[in-house]
Each structure stands twice: as structure tokens, then as C-alpha cells.
Design a binder for this molecule. Structure first.
Ligand code: CA
Ligand code: CA
Ligand code: CA
Length: 325
């Protein structure tokens, strides 16, 4: 390995560490779930086009004479990314599909680049997500001497473990020239994360567990260790538990969930305990209800507990599942 490559690797590593090290940021880079979304496979000869019945990641809906996916490599215009692009018209109009592994209930961002074929007036691109049309696009390439790419982006939701994504130009004139497609990507949108309030450290808005969150409507639910949280509950008096009733509830000292959140410079909001309990598990079973707030713009939100007594004897904390609708 050359020194240059090593240095670039070091830079990449530094960038990754920086991303994951940002204080309180829940943002995580997500992988593109589309295979061969840039149509670079298989590589074809430069300056040519080639009709194929299947390519890595993609297959045709209809196979028959003149049904081809056409790859171009610097043939009738530049690709959006890399060297190659896909043309859907092969003398017949076509529909191409990819089955994607998805997680039911998750939201994804679908992005792709569409250009008219230069000089060709009729270019259509229809996009379907699990059989439902999400876009019907049209472009006129008259007067173009090179591709003119436009990037489109849609939010889509999965309801099963496999999702079919399709692109077609079936309503386009079948004449061997038409819609160009490139740079298809699908990434999961990060809409939930877990915030852990440490009762020994996160004791004020300034020292709380802080996150910079995008605008949106949020729900905050208390969770326990079984759901991926760090804590089941916290006790402001160490392991001391006193005064509980026979059901282990209404204790004078015990396990609880009282916490606060503060959005930007606005007033802090208390989420009160339902009581104090004999065990963390009992406290968790009786945790306060979910709370909701809406951010009209990107804002810093701090989550914390308070303790007017000795803060060094605190144990445990509050784990929150934070979801954006
Ligand atoms: Ca490409
Ligand atoms: Ca056409
Ligand atoms: Ca304490």
C-alpha cells in the first residue's frame, strides 16, 4: 500500500470518527440499499451502448424481442455519476425492477437522476414503489447537446422485508431512444434514537444529554434495558429504598423516572414521576406516559434530571426512545 493511499485512508478514518464523535448527534451515515444503482456493471466499451436482458441488481419485467436494458458508456451524453447510465428504450419501452431488502415500518429516501436523451423530444420515467406509482416524469431533450440531469428525491415507507422498486417508460414512444436513468439510491431515514440520561452527570440543561434535532413532531417514550436502553430507572438516594407500601409503590425513597427536557432557550419542561418504587423494574412498569413536542426549526434539545440533594449518590438513569413522525 502506498503512502498516498494510507494517508487517504487516515483521512477517511478521521472523517468517520469525527462523524460518530459529534456530541449528542444521532446522525449516522446510512448505506445505499440499491445494488448497481449507478449502472456501472457490467462495464461496457467506452463510446458504446449495449442492450442486455439483465444486469447485476436489475431485471426486466417483460422479456421478448427488442426488450433490453440499454447501458451507455459515454455514447449519447455524460452519465450523472461514473461512466455509465441506463436507457429504457430499446425499440420497445421497458420496465426494470430491483427487489430490495427492507425493514417493515421503516422510512427510506429514494433518490435518482433522470435526463432526456439529447435531441429526443419524448422521454418518460415512471417510478413505482411496491407497485404504487410515486412519480410520473417527462422531459424534452430537443436542443440538448449533452445530458441535463435532474435529481429527484422521495420519502418511501416499507411494509415488508422485500420491496419491489421499478422504473419504466411504458407510455413513451417506442423508437429506440428515450429516458436516461442513473444514480439510484435508497437510504434509510434515521427517525428514532435512544437518549440515555445519566443521573450522576446529566443534572441540568447545560450538562444534560443534548441533541441537535431537525424540525418535526417528536414522541418521547421511556424504555428499559430490554428495549435497548442503558437504564431501567434511577434512584436519587443510591440503593436506599424506604417507606414503600406492600405493593412496592409509594416509597419515600426509591426508583423513579422524573426527568426534564429543554428546547433551545425555551423554558424547561418537567415529566413528573408517577411515584417512587421498590425496584427499577416496578418503576419501569409504572413509568410516566409518552410526551410529545414539535420543533418548528432545527433545535438543540437537552434531556436531564435534577437533584437538589447530594448528587454523588445517584444511581441509574432514564432511557428515552425519541421518534420523529
Ligand atoms: Ca452511472
Ligand atoms: Ca422513445
Ligand atoms: Ca442524590
Amino acid at each position: 500500500m502506498t503512502g498516498k493511499i494510507l494517508r487517504s485512508l487516515q483521512l477517511v478514518l478521521i472523517a468517520v470518527v469525527f462523524m460518530f464523535g459529534m456530541v449528542g448527534s444521532p446522525a449516522i451515515a446510512r448505506a445505499n440499499l440499491i445494488y448497481n444503482g449507478g449502472f456501472e456493471l457490467p462495464g461496457i466499451f467506452d463510446g458504446t451502448q449495449k442492450g442486455l436482458t439483465s444486469i447485476p441488481g436489475w431485471r426486466l419485467s417483460f422479456v421478448g424481442s427488442n426488450n433490453y436494458m440499454k447501458l451507455h458508456r459515454n455514447y449519447a451524453g455524460r452519465a450523472h455519476t461514473g461512466q455509465q447510465l441506463m436507457e429504457l428504450d430499446s425499440g420497445k419501452t421497458n420496465k426494470i425492477n430491483q427487489d430490495i431488502t427492507t425493514t417493515p415500518g421503516r422510512t427510506y429516501r429514494l433518490t435518482f437522476a433522470f435526463s432526456a436523451r439529447p435531441t429526443v423530444p419524448d422521454n418518460k420515467l415512471n417510478v413505482k414503489w411496491r407497485g404504487s406509482t410515486i412519480a410520473q416524469l417527462s422531459k424534452n431533450g430537443a436542443g440538448l447537446t449533452d445530458t441535463r440531469w435532474q435529481v429527484y428525491s422521495y420519502e418511501v415507507k416499507a411494509i415488508s422485508t422485500k420491496t419491489l422498486l421499478s422504473f419504466d417508460n411504458l407510455n413513451e414512444l417506442a423508437d429506440g431512444q428515450g429516458a436516461f436513468l442513473d444514480s439510484v439510491s435508497l437510504v434509510e431515514i434515521d427517525r428514532t434514537f435512544i437518549a440515555n440520561i445519566d443521573s450522576t452527570m446529566n443534572l441540568s440543561p447545560e450538562t444534560g444529554a443534548k441533541y441537535v434535532l431537525p424540525a418535526g413532531a417528536y414522541t418521547v417514550s421511556i424504555i428499559g434495558q430490554q428495549e435497548g436502553g442503558k437504564y431501567d430507572a434511577w434512584n436519587r438516594n443510591g440503593t436506599s429504598v424506604t417507606g414503600c407500601d406492600t405493593a412496592g409503590k409509594n416509597c419515600t425513597k426509591g426508583w423513579e423516572h422524573k426527568y426534564f427536557y429543554k428546547i433551545g432557550d425555551s423554558k424547561q419542561v418537567a415529566v413528573d414521576r408517577t411515584g417512587r418504587y421498590q425496584t427499577p423494574q416496578l418503576a419501569l412498569a409504572n413509568a410516566p406516559a409518552d410526551v410529545s413536542f414539535t420543533l418548528t426549526e432545527e433545535s438543540e434539545v437537552s434531556f436531564f434530571v435534577t437533584d437538589t440533594g447530594d448528587t454523588t449518590n445517584n444511581i441509574g438513569g432514564v432511557s428515552l426512545l425519541i421518534s420523529r413522525q
